[in-house]
Design a protein around this ligand. Structure first.
Ligand SMILES: *Cc1c(COP(=O)(O)O)cnc(C)c1O
Length: 398
């Protein structure tokens, strides 16, 4: 006798298969780097969010080993029970100092993942005024923000992508006691940057929080890699900043930096912070080394290399029908049209040992299927030249 619900799942997976939407994972057999072994084959990869090339850095790896020697493997409990260690505390102090130029009375809180940090901020800030909170969210925000708005059980207004005028109208019409505007700083599918100065001006005018998800900006934007707030030179007590530490920082986790009262409130009320085991202290210890690299001269050199590679890629001429949206970030989409076209293209590149993920509808709007090329400071000019050379014949042919 088979259990009917398994048949239901099989049926649904079969439908995904038929639409070419079934997801499969590749297995990387070496450290995260531009040149990786994937399923037994050497590939040149343009997929990771390891923008500064720190994920495989030997100095961070040895700091992680040192952290394990100091603190062991696991934290043993949640932060509010007994899992909060000196390594977490040190990291939070460093992160608060890192973002302090942009916040009033800055404090920081370390989370296991950015996904949880977004859930925590949105749900906890909304919980301060139950039934009297309205969240204003950009239409292209990350899935973790969407899930955070659901967990918040607040009223929700989704404004058209980066449409400041529409947001202004919505804020003006709101009589919620707590208003919260939430946005990605760098949008993950197009690489464009949110108009944060205009958004912050609106938030100040209407008395709203501005929650900035800087997953793709932290470490990358700004002279010292402090991210989007440094890039735009913003400072306000109404800013709530979320940066991730598994992308440019090359390790794992995330943090929220904000006015000390916001952080204290998160510690009191944020369920995704309170009811989960603290991340291994060794990770926090390794992140101290990562932060020092990001902030210093080496970080600046890596950001400069990233910019050179971005210009090199952007100089590629495009055939009719292909489009490259303006992006000043290491996320460089190449829009080619339909789902089948992008799959063909990704497969043709794979045949030449180049691994670039094709992103299809419904993840992006129909007709805008794309190669999502991401660059890393660890790429060389030769790596990018190889990608361009591989694209060249398809660029003129298909
Ligand atoms: C990756 C990402 C997250 C989630 O961060 P994790 O640490 O990977 O959980 C949140 N927001 C955006 C925009 C992201 O790209």
């Amino acid at each position: 006798m088979s259990f009917a619900s398994i048949a239901t799942l099989q049926h649904e997976i079969g439908r995904l298969d038929a639409q070419g939407l079934r997801r499969r994972r590749r297995t990387a057999e070496s450290a995260c780097a531009p040149h990786v072994m994937v399923d037994g084959r050497p590939m040149l990869s343009f997929n990771s969010n390891d923008y500064l090339g720190l994920a495989g850095d030997a100095r961070i790896a040895s700091a992680l080993q040192e952290g394990v020697n100091l603190y062991g493997a696991g934290s043993g409990a949640s932060h509010l029970v007994s899992g909060h260690s000196k390594a977490h505390e040190e990291l939070e102090e460093r992160l608060a100092a890192f973002e302090a130029p942009h916040l009033e009375r800055a404090r920081a809180l370390y989370f296991s993942t950015g996904y949880m940090a977004n859930l925590a901020v949105l749900a906890a800030l909304a919980a301060a005024t139950p039934g009297e909170t309205e969240i204003f969210s950009d239409a292209l925000n990350h899935a973790s923000i969407i899930d955070g708005t659901r967990l918040a059980r607040a009223s929700l207004t989704i404004y058209p992508h980066v449409d400041v005028a529409a947001l202004e109208t919505a804020l003006a019409a709101s009589d919620a006691r707590t208003k919260m505007v939430v946005t990605d700083s760098v949008f993950s599918m197009d690489g464009d940057i949110a108009p944060l100065p205009a958004l912050l001006a609106l938030c100040e005018r209407f008395g709203a929080w501005l929650v900035v998800d800087d997953a793709h900006g932290f470490g990358v934007l700004g002279e010292h890699g402090r991210g989007a707030l440094e890039h735009f030179k913003l400072r306000s007590p109404q800013l709530v900043y979320m940066g991730t530490l598994g992308k440019a920082a090359g390790v794992s986790g995330a943090f929220v930096a904000a006015h000390e009262t916001v952080i204290d409130w998160l510690v009191q009320r944020a369920r995704p912070y309170i009811y989960t085991t603290a991340a291994p202290p060794a990770l926090a210890h390794a992140l101290l080394t990562s932060l020092a690299l990001i902030e210093g001269r080496e970080g600046q050199q890596r950001r400069a290399q990233l910019e050179l590679l971005t210009h090199q890629l952007a100089a590629m001429p495009l055939r009719a029908g292909w489009r490259r949206p303006v992006s000043h970030t290491p996320i460089q989409p190449l829009i080619v049209g339909g789902n089948a076209q992008v799959l063909d293209l990704a497969q043709a590149l794979e045949g030449q040992g180049i691994w670039v993920t094709g992103i299809r509808a419904p993840t992006v709007p129909a007709g805008t299927a794309r190669l999502r090329i991401t660059l890393s400071a660890a790429h060389t000019h030769e790596d990018v030249a190889r990608l361009l050379a591989a694209l060249e014949p398809m660029n003129s042919e298909i």
